[in-house]
Ligand binder design. Structure first.
Ligand code: SF4
Length: 347
């Protein structure tokens, strides 16, 4: 049976969790939404307790364990939000968070306190108008990044409304969409949806979030080809996750699958300090070792940048060997893009 799974009962019914785990998983579900599309459910190997697809979506009692350094807003969206729905962290670009829901709910999500039925919700018509007005009145904004939530969960009609609103803002040249839809619900990538995005009249980039080569199915490849054939530029985002892809061979396969699908590998994110996600985190030193191995086996075309969103809203930094200094006490000294030093501790 192909249907989306949205509750612990659904997971038990689908045979993806044992009934005796229901009670503890209900406690997790009360705090963090559950969402698994029929496409993703069909990819899970229920006989493998370490299945890397299951690990990304099936809730775990480990999510109830919070660490002292974890933050409800790990990358500091709220500190840079001048009006609802806008995050203006860097001068020439803004996030426009139009929707607070996703087709799937990733257990490691950095916005897990904001997305889902208990989260920030979708922008109202009035709030969207205010957000568009902020972009129109701020001439240094060159790029608008639709994120959320997953913007491609919206209907083509709603997406077209946003695209048309942006089309009248001449200083915005680039529209970027962050999404997991091509891999978790590829049938949503229709020609109607693509036409809706193109109503913006902007150069369009789609940043695909995928973390394991098994997500790059033939249906996903077809959806990505539809986007690429329409002239949309594709880049990738992946999160480095313990138990999912913390292995250079798996990541090399993923990056090659991206390039074969015309998706340029862009970011490999160090996992953020989102609450209840410590079981996914590895150390920065381990991530750097994986990157060294990737560099030894992949062409430059296939290499992503390994980056950290500094906690507290200080922006992204590349986790290179030159700007990250490991200290004897196990912490790291990291320079941000302005040359300011931050301390970071693996936790
Ligand atoms: S699709 Fe993105 S925003 Fe939604 S739960 Fe996953 S990581 Fe979070």
């Amino acid at each position: 049976m192909r249907r989306d799974l949205k509750s612990v009962e659904d997971l038990v019914f689908a045979g993806l969790v044992h009934a005796e785990r229901s009670e503890v998983l209900q406690a997790v579900a009360r705090r963090y939404a559950i969402g698994i599309t029929a496409t993703v459910a069909s990819q899970i190997n229920g006989d493998d307790p370490s299945d890397p697809i299951a690990a990304q979506y099936i809730p775990s009692d480990l999510e109830l364990r919070e660490m002292p350094d974890e933050l409800t807003d790990p990358i500091g969206d709220h500190a840079h939000s001048p009006v609802p729905g806008i995050v203006h962290r860097y001068p020439d670009r803004v996030l426009l968070k139009i929707v607070g829901v996703c087709p799937v709910y990733c257990r490691f999500c950095f916005r897990r306190e904001m997305v889902g039925p208990q989260g920030d919700g979708n922008l109202s018509g009035h709030e969207l108008a205010d957000a568009i007005a902020y972009i129109a009145e701020t001439p240094e904004i060159w790029e608008v990044i639709l994120t959320g939530g997953d913007p491609l969960i919206l209907s083509p009609r709603r997406l077209k409304e946003v695209a048309v609103a942006l089309s009248g803002i001449a200083h915005v040249k680039i529209l970027r969409i962050h999404t997991r839809v091509p891999v978790v619900d590829p049938d949503r990538i229709t020609l109607e949806l693509i036409e809706a995005l193109k109503a913006s009249g902007k150069t369009i980039y789609v940043a695909l979030h995928a973390n394991h080569p098994r997500e790059m199915t033939s249906d996903a490849m077809t959806a990505l080809a539809r986007l690429a054939d329409a002239g949309i530029v594709l880049v990738s985002q992946s999160v480095l996750l313990k138990g999912v892809n913390d292995n250079a061979e798996i990541l090399a396969d993923l990056m090659r699958a991206f390039v074969a699908a015309r998706v340029k590998p862009y970011y490999l994110h160090h996992p953020d300090l989102a609450p209840g996600t410590s079981h996914f985190r590895l150390s920065i030193a381990e991530g750097q070792a994986i990157m060294r191995s990737l560099r030894s086996q992949l062409s430059g075309l296939c290499l992503p940048s390994y980056i950290l969103d500094l906690p507290g809203g200080h922006g992204k930094v590349a986790l290179g060997e030159d700007n990250v200094l490991r200290q004897e006490d196990g912490t790291y000294r990291i320079l941000d893009r302005a040359g300011t030093e931050h301390r970071y501790r693996d936790s």
